[in-house]
Design a protein around this ligand. Structure first.
Ligand code: F6R
Length: 616
């Protein structure tokens, strides 16, 4: 779960050092415990790397400063898996004679046996990483007399596991070789001049909008302004579609906000408006498949799982069928003996690369004749390859490690499918469906109004709760998803301990923690659970809990019982309540964001986390 970036150019006027540095910085969200750059000039590799965040390393060793005449460079930002985040374990990794350099994202599962064999053959290893076997394997193939390309191909055949990698070699200064298996890799091109490789598109977006998305088991030979693709399974050349990226770089950079997280919260209305435009045809395909399905599952990880919980609730209402939500890491374990063929599985993943989600789907596909419906934010991501039908949410690139706008667009997409089902099934009055649709379409405006008027209130609440290290986020019904997701945000970016729980269930244990001043955030839209939630608020209040409530504008019951109240400017009718997971969540995201700042943390880089989790 790292970021890689590479450049090869024939242009004298561009500064390769600055480009590679800026490129890898735009990938820092993928991992930020060490970083390195290798450049090639005068038949020599120049390596600079260290542990720490990129800016710290830049200050220490001036990463961006590479020999003036370099036309080729590779860079890497690391999230440690094998070996501690130290200088020696950071990438790029070299062979014994410093002639081959490799940057790698993924995990080589058989690295121990390869390392043993290579060591026995005289190779000297410097790091504890799995990656380092790769330059040594290439070195040993080249020693046998194979050329650079064939050496890489033969080495890849020996690897088990996942990789997105880029390699350069001193005697081949006019090419970079890249390959992909289960770890993302994209190629940007300024034709005839410069070629880039990266783990994600924003890395080269300010430089070119033209790109190729690599598939698994593909290798590419990058030359300045040209690229050739080879299928590693057939050894044949592949012709790939050159895509034009529509995002502006503003969408991928901070655009005036202090942090990506804040920018991305403010982008929610736009992201929702774009996602509301998903084609009816795609929604109908999902709706028809779900309507005719016997067994339906929904699976995801983290925030995407909580979006799935909210979405499952909305879908069930209009579909009238049970949908089982299972965390992706538990999917196979729980369903090995019970997954029925003809099941439909909805997979939800922002990145489309989360290994547990990909594996759950891969397993289900190979095990039974099932249908996979995927909701992701990334076109061409791994998950989409195992899916029968895909809807791409239109959140745009999300750089902040904590998911924000992708959560609301995931819930929205599931809600759009649910309304399509309602139309098919005709169980709701047509006039009611129109009102639900209107309510869903009003969500961006509600969020905009909230963002306009409530920032000081949120900051004030954060100040009041300054000393609290533990929180409950409680709710009933559909809002349990909001409680869990809101709590997860605070946990991730502000390092507070939280429990996101069913308000009713909290009586069966968690309530024993409550003492005077213990903060409890109740998510309380006035839906069918509201009256009973009042009882739960009373229970916690009676024990001295500090009650913070999230309610609609017109609320005056729970608001009265609360010490602090956040009001979401929306009507309290059933049409709006069901979509409250979308309109209520920005308040909790902001709470987490400002709490993070108050505690001197960087909300874009939560401790121990990475945006895309590609390890089990
Ligand atoms: C939390 C967060 C993670 C991801 C999870 C799944 O803010 O971002 O919990 O939601 O790692 O990632 P995707 O959605 O890419 O599968």
């Amino acid at each position: 779960m790292c970021g890689i970036f590479g450049i090869i150019t024939n242009q004298d006027t561009i500064s390769v050092g600055n480009i590679v540095f800026e490129g890898i910085k735009r990938l820092e969200y993928r991992g930020y415990d060490s970083c390195g750059i290798v450049s090639l000039s005068n038949s020599k590799l120049y390596l600079k790397k260290d542990s720490g965040k990129i800016d710290e390393i830049q200050r220490k060793i001036n990463l961006a400063e590479i020999p003036n005449n370099s036309k080729l460079a590779l860079a890497h930002t690391r999230w440690a898996t094998h070996g501690a985040p130290t200088k020696i374990n950071s990438h790029p990794h070299l062979d014994c004679h410093n002639k081959i350099a490799v940057v790698h994202n993924g995990i080589i599962e058989n690295f121990l046996e390869l390392r043993k064999e290579l060591t026995q053959n005289g190779h000297i290893f410097r790091s504890e990483t799995d990656t380092e076997v790769i330059p040594h394997l290439i070195e040993s193939q080249m020693k046998k007399g194979l050329n650079f390309k064939d050496s890489v191909i033969e080495s890849l055949k020996l690897l088990k596991g996942a990789y997105g990698l880029a390699v350069c070699q001193v005697d081949n200064p006019n090419s970079i070789i890249v390959a992909r298996k289960e770890s993302p890799l994209v190629i940007g091109i300024d034709e005839g001049k410069t070629t880039y490789c990266a783990s994600d598109i924003p890395a080269f977006l300010p430089l070119t909008k033209k790109c190729y998305i690599m598939d698994d088991d593909e290798l590419a030979i990058l030359k300045a302004g040209e690229v050739e693709f080879i299928n590693l399974l057939t050894n044949e050349k592949v012709k790939k579609e050159l895509r034009t990226i529509e995002w502006s770089i503003d969408a991928a950079e901070k655009g005036g906000y202090e942090h990506f997280m804040l920018k991305e919260i403010y982008e929610e209305p736009t992201a929702i408006r774009r996602t509301l435009k998903i084609s009816k045809e795609q929604l109908k395909i999902f709706a028809n498949i779900l309507w005719s399905a016997e067994n339906i599952y929904i699976t995801a990880a983290g925030t995407s799982f909580y979006a799935s919980l909210a979405g499952k609730f909305i879908l069930t209402k209009f579909l009238g069928k049970y949908i089982q939500a299972i965390e992706c890491s538990e999917f196979q374990t729980q369903l090995t003996n019970s997954l029925k063929k003809d099941s439909v599985i909805i997979a939800v993943s922002q990145s489309g690369e989360t290994i547990d989600t990909v594996e759950a789907i891969r397993w289900a596909r190979s095990y039974k004749d099932v249908k996979i419906l995927t909701i992701t934010n990334v076109v061409g991501s791994t998950l989409t390859r195992y899916s029968d039908n895909v809807i791409v949410t239109q959140a745009g690139p999300e750089i902040g490690v904590a998911a924000t706008k992708t959560y609301s667009t995931q819930v929205l997409t599931l809600a759009l499918v649910a309304l399509e089902i309602a139309k098919l099934r005709k169980v709701e009055l047509e006039s009611d469906i129109v009102k639900y649709e209107r309510a869903l379409r009003s969500t961006p405006q509600i969020i905009e109004n909230f963002l306009k008027n409530n920032i000081d209130l949120i900051k004030g609440i954060v100040d009041t709760l300054d000393k609290s290290a533990q929180f409950f986020f409680l709710a009933r019904g559909i809002s349990i998803a909001t409680a869990k997701e809101g709590g997860l945000k605070l946990k991730e970016v502000a390092c507070r301990f939280i429990e996101g729980y069913s308000a009713a269930h909290a009586k069966h244990g968690p309530i024993s923690l409550v003492r005077a001043g213990f903060p409890i955030i109740f998510i309380a839209p006035p839906d069918e659970t509201y009256q009973r939630l009042i009882g739960n608020v009373m229970e916690f209040k009676a024990r001295g809990g500090k009650i913070i409530s999230l309610v609609v504008e017109s609320d005056n019951v729970i608001a009265e019982l609360s010490d602090l109240t956040i009001k979401i400017p929306q009507p309290g009718d059933k049409y709006h309540n069901i979509f409250s997971p979308i309109t209520f969540i920005p308040a909790l995201q902001l709470l987490a964001y400002y709490a993070s700042l108050l505690h001197g943390l960087d909300p874009d880089k939560p401790l121990n986390l990475s945006k895309t989790v590609t390890v089990h």
